[in-house]
Design a protein around this ligand. Structure first.
Ligand SMILES: CC(C)(COP(=O)(O)OP(=O)(O)OC[C@H]1O[C@@H](n2cnc3c(N)ncnc32)[C@H](O)[C@@H]1OP(=O)(O)O)[C@@H](O)C(=O)NCCC(=O)NCCS
Length: 156
């Protein structure tokens, strides 16, 4: 590998949220402009959380959510553009997959818009038939509105 000094770390607390926000703004089109507070919530509720470091510079990140046995999903895989094409992305995903929370899981999912070939090299297969999505933001807004109406009708 071209970067022998690169470190992979697996503690949630080791992630520098400000550097992560910057990394997403530079190289993750789906995760731009995320707030520090929201990033902190996402990391607290994810395991494993893997960060990649060149000294004190955060240059890669991936996280997953897992039930430890049946299903898990990998999220927010990113390597800084300066470091791409050196095997770090595949090592990052392998590090996620070999974590104790992931190792025995029956099915591991991820969503990708452009990187199918990268994930196929690791062993993932295209899976058109099972995925559905609920865009929950509008549902949350209407739930919040219902809650306000309920409180008003109860005199709260
Ligand atoms: C996708 C990403 C993490 C790959 O990281 P990387 O460090 O460049 O990948 P690697 O160097 O480990 O590549 C591993 C293999 O995949 C191939 N590969 C990487 N990106 C590829 C792509 N977009 N299309 C086809 N092959 C690709 C490499 O050529 C390499 O092949 P080889 O083993 O035959 O040499 C990185 O490009 C990235 O962060 N992109 C922007 C964010 C993003 O799209 N993340 C994925 C969200 S689902």
């Amino acid at each position: 590998m071209a970067y022998p000094q690169i470190q992979f770390r697996n503690r949630q607390s080791e992630v520098d949220l400000y550097q992560l926000q910057e990394l997403f703004n530079i190289s993750a089109f789906w995760a731009k402009a995320r707030s520090i507070e929201d990033l902190s919530i996402a990391i607290t509720n994810s395991e494993p959380v893997i960060s990649v470091w060149d000294g004190e510079r955060l240059i890669g990140f991936a996280r997953a959510t897992s039930d430890g046995i049946y299903r898990a999903t990998i999220w927010d895989v990113v390597i800084h553009p300066d470091y791409q094409g050196n095997g770090l992305g595949s090592k990052l995903v392998e590090t996620v997959l070999t974590h104790p929370r992931m190792r025995w899981v029956e099915r591991i999912y991820l969503m990708t818009t452009h990187q199918q070939e990268f994930y196929e090299k690791i062993g993932f297969q295209t899976n058109n038939s099972t995925t559905m999505v609920l865009h929950n933001q509008s549902r949350i807004s209407s739930l919040a509105a219902t809650e306000v109406q309920l409180q008003e009708s109860l005199g709260g």
